[in-house]
Design a protein. Structure first.
Length: 144
């Protein structure tokens, strides 16, 4: 059974950042440390686990009083197409709505756009090209 936690122990945070690096940085030759930024301490982190095995991660940050943003969403290759990403996204949306945010935004990698569209996000605009190879799109969704 897949459960979503907010990692809090040193071990859980190590697992969280390790999976974030493995899914979002390592395949493109990026070094460890690039999976973090200066908003880690002010954001809410989510990790999907099956037993004690990390399957997916994402981070929720609050941009202002009405807008939240999902960042660093990554799902293990072995767990894709099993609902892990959707569960992480739903937990982030629920948390953002409970904190009074009305809209969720994110920067989707080109290959992830269909997933987010299935979760009722819409493309706002084509944005940046990461590492000269990964096109990103600003997407948004109104929260209930």
């Amino acid at each position: 059974m897949i459960r979503i936690i907010q990692p809090s122990t040193v071990h859980e945070m190590e697992q969280y950042y390790d999976l974030r690096w493995k899914t979002l940085r390592e395949p493109w030759g990026q070094v460890r440390g690039t999976e973090k930024d200066n908003m880690e301490d002010s954001s809410i982190h989510f990790m999907a686990l099956e037993g004690e095995i990390p399957l997916g991660v994402c981070r929720l940050q609050f941009n202002d009083e009405s807008i939240a943003q999902v960042r660093f969403m990554g799902v293990s290759a072995l767990a894709r197409e099993k609902g892990v990403g959707r569960k992480l996204l739903e937990e982030a949306e629920k948390t953002a709505a409970a904190q009074g945010r009305k809209k969720m935004i994110l920067q989707a990698r080109d290959y992830a756009v269909p997933f987010y569209e299935k979760c009722n996000y819409r493309i706002v605009e084509k944005t940046f090209l990461l590492w000269d190879s990964i096109q990103h799109y600003l997407m948004e969704k109104e929260l209930n």
